[in-house]
Design a protein around this ligand. Structure first.
Ligand SMILES: NC(=O)C1=CN([C@@H]2O[C@H](COP(=O)(O)OP(=O)(O)OC[C@H]3O[C@@H](n4cnc5c(N)ncnc54)[C@H](O)[C@@H]3O)[C@@H](O)[C@H]2O)C=CC1
Ligand SMILES: O=C(O)C1=NCCCC1
Length: 313
């Protein structure tokens, strides 16, 4: 008889997860996902249940990675919050199961995992798709994802300037106080993105906030918000000008308003670039449309569990 599951919560996950260890595991998982080998990865498109009364959704994200012995599911609620609402945009829990017996081995806070793995995958997209001489990073939004993106992008790259925009002045001030490095505070999106080499969109908006006419040719955009088929974060001009990469083609064609409503063709998955089966068009304007994948949560949770088991040793 298996014992009760381990419960590993936010502070411990925060202490155990490091980008330097997470990034290579995520690259490996993205590559495996894109090979479409059932022994490596089974990951259906996330199931979403509308929480109509609360203007939100429950997303259920299972995956089985046979060769890695990983069976995992994340439960993530995400909401269309009122402008200025202090309630979180997402809340997540990750469950790791034993694939042979089916018992739950660990239940983990999923908020830190979601923040870190999403930002780390965006950083992988930038590593593969931004121009090698990139100097200016612009982040649109100042919430949880903005913070994790700032942390991993400044850890992995040496930008000369990081600009930040939020629709609220207090948001930018709070953000500036929570990061350890310098930021340029911008009063408009146009000011933040003009001339930027890399742009990260991490807002809760459901209408375009980033317009192609402001984006420098050859820039790389990691578009992280707008994860519903009728939500937008970037406009048609940008989507049509850019070479579009995604984490999962099926996910993007089901969930991304920016992909579906602009009618663009997805060029490749990030995993295809990692596997060397599709080129990285660094010289062109590129958009990486991120929706989030269960394999990212699974390898992150496994890393947390392994480190938890070996803590203090
Ligand atoms: N692609 C992925 O894997 C994931 C995507 N997300 C999405 O990323 C986005 C950001 O998530 P969090 O940072 O956790 O949210 P958050 O609530 O912590 O921050 C959201 C930011 O958007 C700003 N904002 C809110 N409404 C806005 C509007 N109408 N126009 C412009 N800015 C607005 C807020 O001021 C705040 O700066 C959400 O859309 C969320 O659903 C979250 C997790 C994973
Ligand atoms: O992958 C995730 O986790 C999420 N993706 C889209 C919206 C909220 C959480």
């Amino acid at each position: 008889m298996a014992g009760p599951p381990l419960i590993i919560w936010e502070r411990e996950v925060e202490q155990l997860l490091l980008y330097a260890e997470l990034v290579p595991r995520l690259e490996d998982a993205l590559g495996k996902f894109s090979r479409r080998d059932n022994a490596e990865v089974i990951q259906p498109v996330r199931t979403t249940v509308a929480l109509q009364k609360h203007n939100g959704f429950l997303g259920v994200m299972p995956t089985y990675m046979e060769n890695d012995g990983l069976l995992c599911a994340k439960f993530v609620c995400f909401y269309k919050r009122e402008l200025g609402s202090a309630l979180p945009a997402t809340q997540a829990t990750v469950v790791l199961l034993n694939p042979q017996y089916g018992n739950v081995e660990a239940v983990m806070d999923g908020d830190v995992i979601t923040g870190m793995r999403t930002a780390a995958v965006s950083a992988v997209s930038a590593k593969l798709l931004m121009r090698p001489d990139a100097e200016v990073l612009a982040i649109l939004g100042t919430g949880k994802q903005a913070l994790s993106h700032y942390n991993v992008f400044t850890e992995m790259f040496s930008f000369k300037e990081v600009r930040v925009w939020s629709h609220r002045k207090e948001g930018i001030e709070r953000f500036r106080q929570s990061v350890s490095g310098p930021v340029t505070m911008c009063v408009s999106v146009e000011e933040a993105v003009t001339g930027a080499d890399v742009i990260v969109t991490v807002t809760r908006c459901t209408e375009p906030v980033l317009f192609g006419r402001w984006v420098k040719p050859g820039a790389h955009v990691a578009a992280v918000g707008a994860c519903r088929p009728n939500w937008r974060e970037v406009d048609d001009v940008l989507m049509k000008e850019a070479v579009v990469y995604v984490d999962s083609r099926d996910g993007a064609m089901t969930e991304s308003g920016d992909v579906i409503l602009s009618g663009v063709e997805v060029f490749a998955e990030l995993g295809d670039v990692i596997n060397g089966t599709k080129p990285a068009h660094r010289e062109k304007t590129t958009v990486f449309k991120s929706l989030g994948m269960a394999v990212e949560d699974a390898v992150s949770a496994k890393l947390v569990l392994d480190k938890w088991k070996h803590r203090g040793k």
